[in-house]
Design a protein around this ligand. Structure first.
Ligand code: ZN
Ligand code: FE
Ligand code: FE
Ligand code: ZN
Length: 267
């Protein structure tokens, strides 16, 4: 058995993914999924980021493309319309204007930037050398909590993305993590098991088992996503994702429609 939904996948509009939504949908059917959702990178709010996020004027094309796939796969696969948006402190209003302009099924919130540093961008990887890894982790968690409190997001993406290149903090950051999980629970955001970490230098699902256990203990609901940037990545390593969720103690995962949880599936 594998999870029946994949809520994290991209389109070529962001400039670094390939394949049409129809191809992602066909792959989903092939591996036995019942529902997928697109979550391409929302326009960046500080400046344009070509090759990283969509442009604002590309949003209508994005919505149209997903709508067409939806029509084409009617009765065979449910297709949700989501979006993945960066959390940038100080730009909440601008972010809200973008995210509330269209009736998404869910909004995935991401922290890919710490004080203008794209810490997960291979092109900015060198900057890790100048950093104290533990304080990057603490900053990251601080941003995750702020993002949850902003009320902009339904699902928080890859909640230990800081490990992407294998940097590990010294010392125990469990308290930080516990605090983040409590804020997620209080603000009603959900997390995802994101299998893309298995395709990255760290070679590990986001989040790790110990982290996931804490989110489970605090009662934070769960979704699944492959973060596919190519059709063949849809449902990537879903068997491992399922096992991880069960090992962490999760008994169910949730599905979204109209920015609300509408269905819960037992694990
Ligand atoms: Zn991407
Ligand atoms: Fe992301
Ligand atoms: Fe993504
Ligand atoms: Zn992502």
């Amino acid at each position: 058995m594998i999870p029946i939904a994949d809520y994290h996948m991209h389109t070529p509009l962001c400039g670094h993914a390939e394949g049409l939504p129809e191809e992602y949908a066909a792959q989903a059917i092939k591996i036995g999924l019942e529902e997928i959702g697109f979550s391409d990178h929302a326009p960046f709010v500080v400046k344009e980021l070509p090759g990283i996020t969509m442009k604002r004027e590309e949003l209508p094309a994005y919505h149209r493309m997903i709508e067409e796939a939806r029509e084409q796969f009617k009765g065979r696969l449910t297709i949700r319309l989501g979006i993945e948006a960066d959390f940038i402190p100080g730009y909440e209003k601008k972010t809200k204007a973008i995210l509330s302009a269209y009736p998404y099924d869910y909004v995935i919130g991401s922290v890919h930037f710490i004080k203008e540093w794209g810490f997960d961008n291979p092109e900015e990887r060198e900057k890790w050398k100048e950093q104290d890894v533990s304080s990057v982790y603490r900053d990251y968690h601080n941003f995750l909590r702020q993002a949850a409190r902003s009320g902009l997001f339904d699902i928080m993406a890859h909640v230990d993305l800081v490990k992407k290149f294998g940097h590990r903090p010294t010392g125990d950051l469990t308290d930080d993590l516990r605090q983040t999980a409590k804020v997620f629970k209080d603000t009603g955001v959900v997390i995802e098991i994101n299998t893309s970490g298995l395709r990255k230098p760290v070679g590990e699902i986001y989040p790790s088992l110990p982290n996931l256990k804490i989110y489970c203990q605090e009662g934070v609901p769960l979704t699944f996503g492959s973060d596919a940037h190519k059709p063949e990545e849809v449902g990537w390593d879903y068997g491992k994702a399922m096992k991880l969720a069960q090992e962490a103690g999760y008994k169910e995962y949730v599905m979204f429609k109209g920015r609300k949880i509408y269905r819960k599936i037992s694990l």
